[in-house]
Design a protein around this ligand. Structure first.
Ligand code: AMP
Length: 397
């Protein structure tokens, strides 16, 4: 398989699927350009080799119709600033303008195509549409990890038109390598920390991780369902009563596999889901009626941090509490700090697939984590052990 290091882009037109789905304010200004910045290394390598780059992406949810508020045109200008070269723009991703501009592209030049999702064929994975995209380039690079879990025309189907000349971009490769370090060949002990609001959205992740990790920490709102499943009192906390049996199965499976399971032993509780609620602390299995557990307590912080600090490989998905509200962010901050400290001591840490990414960014700790994933839904599916179509399409012979 070709990689960004082995492949020479000299005199090649690289058709690159990127993720330029940047958040914008009401006036179309980019409010966070991390995704645009993440595109730069792959494009620079192509240009440095003496190739040219044809970039394609989606933006927003135009639902298969042209919607000027979701045009990628302003992003072309933004990207030009980041790349330090002009970025040409085609008013459609297929058709005469794209064809002519792609044909005229010279080594060192960059062309951005208009929003792929202005065509319903993109999300439908239409083969004819994928073929029209493929006709624009000589080599296909997929660098859009955020959409790797979708079998869309530009993320998956297009790859079949490049049987030999297809590869992962630098960002996608980094995501794949990081997951590999955690799930395929981890240094032991390996600890997974799973939090967030609901068990229902993390069951497959938990099931997959039980087969891979040595210690499993469960925090956040989802821990309440486990606490109740073991006979604890959870007051008015968020609990999924229909999942109590499933929680017991997960506990039994961890035991059977010799995975050390950590649940919160204490909690920060509140009498309302609000910043100005009255708060208190209590045992995690003795939350009084009318009160809800919104963060892990100091004993849990201590036990969880100790587990993190004795690990060589760490995976974190989902916050330990309602970190968006100040009174309930201590647990999430403490885990983020423990991860940073373990990383400094030589552990490999991956944060991905949920609000824990927002948390490490918010607390200014992302630089102290080995790898912070850029793909929310894609990372979650990857951690569930699913084969992502965008990855399979490049790997398939
Ligand atoms: P997820 O998207 O599943 O990772 O969940 C993230 C959300 O879980 C965040 O918005 C948190 O506020 C929320 N959350 C974390 N802990 C709790 C809790 N104890 N009760 C209710 N919501 C929580």
């Amino acid at each position: 398989m070709q990689t960004m290091t082995t492949y020479s882009f000299k005199d090649k037109k690289a058709l690159v699927r990127v993720d330029l789905n940047v958040p914008q304010d009401a006036n179309g200004n980019v409010t966070d350009d991390s995704r645009a910045r993440a595109v730069v290394p792959t494009v620079k390598k192509i240009l440095k080799d003496g190739g040219s780059a044809i970039l394609m992406s989606h933006l927003g949810r135009p639902k298969g119709k042209v919607n000027p508020t979701m045009s990628l045109k302003p992003i072309a200008e933004h990207l030009a600033g980041l790349l330090g070269v002009p970025v040409q723009f085609a008013t459609d991703c297929v058709g005469p303008d794209a064809k002519a501009k792609a044909a005229a592209l010279k080594p060192g030049e960059v062309l951005l195509l208009e929003n792929l999702r202005f065509h319903p064929e993109e999300e439908a994975g239409d083969e004819g549409f994928a073929k029209s995209l493929a006709a624009l380039g000589d080599v296909y690079v997929n660098d859009a990890f955020g959409t790797a879990h979708r079998a869309h025309a530009s993320t998956t189907i297009v790859a079949k038109f490049f049987p030999k000349d297809k590869l992962f971009g630098s960002l996608m490769q980094a995501e794949i390598d990081s997951v590999g370090k955690v799930l395929e060949s981890p240094q032991r002990p390996m600890t997974a920390i799973v939090g967030g609001s609901k068990v229902s959205s993390k069951i497959d992740v938990l099931e997959n991780l039980i087969g891979k990790c040595d210690e499993l920490i469960i925090g956040g709102g989802m821990a309440n369902t486990f606490v109740k499943a073991m006979g604890g009192q959870t007051g008015s906390s968020l609990v999924e009563d229909d999942l109590l049996e499933q929680a017991r199965t997960i506990i039994a499976k961890s035991e059977a596999k010799g995975v050390k399971l950590h649940l919160p032993t204490d909690a920060v509780v509140a009498d309302a889901f609000a910043e100005n609620a009255n708060t208190d602390q209590c045992a995690a299995d003795a939350v009084p009626d009318g009160w809800m557990a919104l963060d892990i307590g100091p004993d849990s912080i201590k036990a969880f941090s100790e587990a993190v600090l004795r690990s060589k490989t760490l995976l974190w998905n989902g916050p330990m509490g309602v970190f968006e509200l100040k009174p309930f962010q201590q647990g999430t901050i403490a885990i983020a700090k423990a991860l940073a400290e373990a990383t400094e001591k030589g552990a490999f840490s991956l944060v991905g697939g949920g609000d824990s990414v927002a948390a490490v960014n918010q607390f200014g700790l992302s630089d102290k984590i080995s790898y912070v994933s850029t793909g929310g839904g894609a990372m979650l599916e990857y951690l569930e052990g699913k084969v992502l179509p965008g990855i399979a399409a490049i790997r398939e012979a």
